[in-house]
Every structure is written in C-alpha cells, then in structure tokens.
Design a binder for this molecule. Structure first.
Ligand code: B12
Ligand code: SF4
Length: 538
C-alpha cells in the first residue's frame, strides 16, 4: 500500500491549487505571518497517514510532501495494490490530479481518499477514486484489509517539527530537543458551529479516543521518550484538558516515575478552568493553544471566563499562550471590528492566530449559511482556507474588507506586542522566577532546562530584536531591552557574553533573511519516504 500526502510545491500560485498565501507551515501560514524574519517557521509531517501505516500489517510506504514527479516515480517503481491519498479541502485539485495519475501509471491500484477533503459534498463526481473515507481512518483501513479494527492503537514515534527556522537561522532537526507528537484522540465533543475537526469526527458530543486512560497515555509517552529521547510532547488533541480524569492520572504516573516532561496542548477556556495553575504546571503544560474567538461570541467553551485575566495568569506561571481569534463573526461590522481586534491583541498572548469566519462543508455553520443562500458561488476551494477572503455574504463586511481586517489584525498584534520570540522570553522568565525553587524537583528541572536557552540563545535574540524593532515600535524595543537586562541580572556574565557575541551574528542573519523574504523567498518541506513491513513485500 502507498499512503501519500498531496504534492508540492505549496507556497506558490498554480493551477492545482497551491497558493503562495497558503504555505505548508503552521506559524508562517496562520500565526506569525506578519512578523517577517522573526516568524517561526517549521513543517509538520502528515500524521494521519503515519498513524494508519503504524496500525496495519500490510507492507506500506508513506510518501510525504512529494512532487508530482516523485509521486509518478513511486507509482511506477512498485506495484501498489492500494494507493491512499490524504488531503484537506483546499487541496482537492491535487487529489483530482493524483487520482488521474494513478489510473494512468498504476491502473491495477485501488484508490482510497481520506482526510478532511472527504467532507466535500459531491466529491465522488469530482475525483476518480474507488473509496472516499469520511471520519476516522485507522479503523476503516483495518476493516478494509480484514484486520481487527478494535486492536490497540500503536503510536508511531513522531518528531513534531522539521526544518525549523527563526531569524534566518536553520535549527538542527534534533529529536531530543524537539517535541514528539502524541495523538490521544481525534474530534472534539464541544461542537462549535464552525469547527471542521469536531464535525468530521461526529460533531457535538462525539470524538474518538485512541487512548482512553492516563495509564495508556503514559505508556505511549514513555515508549516514545526512550525511542526519540524527547522530554517534550506536542499533544495533538483538539481539547486535551477536557478529559480531566485522563490528564490527572497521567500526572500521577508522571509523579511516580519522576518525569519532568513538557506538554504543549490545545484546550478551551472552560476546560483550562477545571485545573488549578499548580496542576497545570505540575502536568508540565508549557504551551497552550486557546480559542478566544470574540468577547461577544456565544461559544459555550468561553462562558464565564475572563480570557484577559486567564491569559495573564497562565503567562505568569510560565505557560506560553497561543490565542486564536476569529475575524468576521456575524456581529462584526466595519465600525466595531477594529475595537474587537484591539481587544484580542490586548490579551498580549505569546502568539496570536487570526482566521476568517469560514463556513466549511460538513459543519453546522456551512449548512446554515447555505440554507440562507449566503454562500458565494464560484470560489475555488483552494481559496477557502480562512486566510484570504470571505466565502460567504457577510451582513456588514465585504470580501475585500475581510482580507484587509485580517491582515491588519496580524500587523497590529505584531506592532503592539512585538515579535513572538520576545513574548515567549517574557513568559519563560516569569515562570522561572516563580518556580525555580518549587518543591517538586520535576518542575524545577523543567524550568532549569528552559532557562539554559533563555540565558544564552534567546538572550542574544533579545539583543537583536531590541535593535531591529526600534524601527517599528520604539516603546516595545525599550521593553525588549528591559527584559534583556532582567535576564542578564538573573544569569550574569554568561548571558551578557552570549548576547554580545551571538547577538551581532543574529542581527546579520535576521537582516539577510528580511532581504531574502522581500525578494520572494519561500520555504518548502522536504520529500520523505518511509517503508514499513517492507521486507515481506519483496
Ligand atoms: C497539522 C495540521 C496542519 C499542518 C499540515 C501538515 C501536513 N503534513 O499536511 C499545517 C500546519 C501545515 C497545516 C496547514 C493548514 N491547515 Co491544517 N491542520 C493540522 C491539524 C492541526 C492536525 C492534523 C492531524 O494530524 N490530525 C491528527 C490526525 C490523526 O487526524 P487526521 O489528519 O484528520 O487523520 C485522520 C482521518 O482524517 C483519516 N485520514 C487522514 N488521511 C487519510 C488518508 C486515507 C487514505 C484514509 C483512509 C483516511 C485518512 O484517518 C486519520 C486517523 O483517523 C488539523 C486539526 C486537527 N486536529 O486534526 C488541521 C486541519 C487539518 N487543517 C486545516 C486547515 C484549514 C489548514 C490550512 C488551510 C489552514 C490555514 N489557512 O492556515 C493550511 C493548509 C496548508 C496547505 N497548503 O495544505 C483544517 C482542515 C479543514 C478542512 N475541512 O479541510 C483542520 C481540520 C483544522 C481546522 N479545524 O480548521 N495544517
Ligand atoms: S472547542 Fe475548539 S476544537 Fe472543540 S469544537 Fe470548539 S473550536 Fe472545535
């Protein structure tokens, strides 16, 4: 079996649906994209097909980020019985082309298409596939192959990010210093009306747990720690903290085994509120992605929560916050949108994602807007990704203005709060000061680990940002300087030497990167092939 992601290059405009504005990068695409050379740049593998590969006994190759040529070569070099293509909706044009290529170059193959693209209505009339799989894919594939679909889920060892780059410096792909990705479940039971992940796995009240208990999760994480050497984990679960018994059992096991792990999680405000700050810190939560949406939205996950205060408190406890705000909600108008964005920005989160309110097939919102006759016709699916323009008729905001407001939100967050790298340094220092003498040695150890970075490389980055940011906002540049001084007070001569020796080098690489970006430089993930159970196939 061949399992493949859609082909690149991605960060360019082409007839298959690649878009320069929609690169295969998380931060650059939707979080730090206005931050120029300070943007955090990295790639993430296609975890869905990696999970399927690890849970079937058939000989299976995963081809990630191929070019069309590489995909064609793979199809002709081996006789595949099944070709599985994974995609999301924006990339449907590529799926169509890949199905065509399979029919031409590997006519004996059965074509299976899965992932969020399967939510597209009428997909079977657009692409030439034998099976279109909606929802959870591991159990589907096991059933299809005649294997036990209820067998325990084997978790592959996944390094969460590759090709990381910041301020013009490419960081090494070192599994020990990079978080490992853990996928405890898919879907989310809260079912916000716009949420495609929740809808795709059953909607309100539904989700799939790959690991039900804290014990199971602990075993998976320990296994991956021994394989990769990582002590940091990116928990790819839409609302990790919602399952409190599982999280608290994990904490118990971490304490028993003296694990000083760091966890990056997604969680809604109401789920976070089920924990004390101390519990979060002991659980190793060091990075948290939280939906802020809007102060006037009616989402249950935000009820009763003062998100300004929550964000402040989390950061004071050393927890980096990535806030997520929707631009273009129904109540937004040209008159109130600036103040709503200003309010979002005033959270002063470490990172801020902005996305356009977007009805996507499969969601209750899509159904509602469709029934109201407000969906705009003839917009290419490749342009419906929340970072371009509205795909529906908004009551008060035009398509062109939607893009202008979105871009302004990113810019305003950057201008007012400074580069995200600076903000995470602020949070790390606060956490260190609060927890450096904490009674639990696991917690102390974690903050010590972070501090080694803050006292050296990050301090040099502060030195550089202070100079570069003066051109954008002098006041923030002075705050960066003040933070650097604080770090140097805390870490003494080592941090001063680091900033004065490494700082100028970073200044050079940052300026060089800014020039490259201005000249149109983009980044693409590498093509990766991984074969499993392969010996039996030959
Ligand atoms: C990691 C990620 C990315 C990575 C991409 C990594 C990659 N190699 O493709 C990055 C950060 C680059 C990214 C970018 C974007 N993403 Co994204 N991303 C995710 C995220 C957070 C995790 C995906 C994941 O691994 N999940 C865990 C795995 C296990 O689940 P899964 O992929 O769904 O796979 C399961 C099933 O779908 C199925 N399955 C999957 N593939 C296949 C294949 C076969 C053959 C079969 C049978 C089954 C099957 O089986 C799997 C196990 O059950 C999801 C949100 C989420 N929680 O899933 C959003 C998500 C997939 N992304 C989304 C979007 C919109 C985007 C962007 C357009 C956003 C933007 N504007 O910035 C860009 C597009 C970039 C591009 N050019 O393609 C949407 C998709 C919406 C839709 N309906 O199409 C999601 C759902 C987020 C959301 N809620 O809006 N993304
Ligand atoms: S809480 Fe987040 S993941 Fe859950 S349904 Fe709402 S938007 Fe989706």
């Amino acid at each position: 079996m061949l399992l493949t992601s859609v082909f690149g290059p991605y960060a360019q405009d082409d007839e298959f649906g690649s878009r320069a504005i929609n690169p295969m990068e998380l931060y650059q695409n939707q979080v730090t994209r206005a931050q120029g050379p300070f943007s955090l740049r990295m790639f993430h593998r296609s975890w869905g097909i990696m999970m399927i590969q690890a849970n079937i006994s058939a000989p299976c190759a995963v081809l990630d980020f191929p070019t069309r040529q590489r995909f064609a070569r793979e199809l002709t070099a081996h006789e595949y019985d099944i070709v599985g293509i994974s995609s999301i909706i924006v990339n449907v044009g590529k799926v169509k082309e890949m199905c065509r290529m399979v029919r031409e170059l590997s006519p004996q193959s059965v074509i299976v298409v899965g992932g969020h693209v399967a939510a597209l209505p009428g997909l079977e009339n657009v692409i030439d596939a034998d099976h279109i799989v909606r929802g959870e894919g591991i159990s589907w594939m096991r059933r299809y192959l005649g294997e036990d679909d209820g067998a325990p889920i084997h978790h592959p060892a996944i390094v969460s990010a590759i090709g990381t780059r910041m301020m013009g410096v490419r960081l090494p792909d070192n599994p020990e210093s990079t978080a490992a990705t853990i996928i405890p479940s898919v879907g989310c039971p809260l079912g916000c009306n716009f949420c495609t992940t929740s809808a795709f796995f059953g909607g309100k009240g539904k989700f799939f747990n790959f690991y039900e208990t804290g014990d199971e999760l602990f075993d998976v994480m320990s296994g991956i720690e021994s394989k990769l050497g990582s002590t940091s984990f990116f928990m790819m679960d839409e609302n990790f903290l919602l399952h409190r018994p599982r999280a608290m059992r994990l904490l118990e096991r971490m304490k028993e085994a003296r694990k000083s792990w760091e966890l990056s999680v997604f969680a809604s405000a109401n789920a976070i509120r089920k924990y004390t700050m101390q519990e979060l810190v002991e659980l190793g939560i060091s990075w948290l992605w939280m939906g802020l949406e809007s102060p006037h939205s009616q989402y249950a996950k935000l009820h009763g929560t003062d998100t300004l205060q929550l964000t402040r408190e989390l950061r004071e406890h050393g927890i980096r916050v990535l806030g997520s705000t929707i631009v273009g909600l129904e109540h937004h108008t040209p008159d109130n949108i600036a103040s709503e964005i200003e309010y979002a920005v005033s959270h002063g989160t470490d990172f801020h994602q902005f996305m356009l309110y977007t009805p996507v097939p499969g969601t209750p919102l899509y159904q509602e807007i469709k029934e109201q006759g407000r969906l705009l016709e003839n917009i290419d699916w490749a342009d419906i990704h929340g970072q371009d323009k509205f795909n529906f008729q908004h009551a008060a905001i035009s398509r062109d203005d939607s893009k202008r407001f979105l871009d302004w939100a990113f810019w305003r967050d950057f201008e007012r709060n400074g580069p995200s790298v600076y903000r995470i340094c602020q949070t790390m220092l606060q956490g260190w000061r609060r927890y450096k003498n904490y009674p639990d040695a696991r917690v102390r150890e974690r903050f010590h680990r972070e501090m080694k970075k803050l006292g050296t490389g990050y301090n040099a980055a502060l030195w550089t940002m202070e100079r570069e940011f003066a051109r954008i906002n002098r006041e923030v540049s002075q705050q960066i300087r003040a933070l650097r001084r604080e770090v140097e007070k805390e870490f003494g001569v080592v941090s001063r030497v680091a900033s004065h020796l490494i700082g100028p080098v970073l200044l050079y690489t940052t300026r060089r990167e800014a020039r490259r970006l201005a000249a149109g430089k983009t980044y693409e993930p590498p093509t990766i092939i991984e074969r499993r159970n392969w010996a039996e196939a030959s």
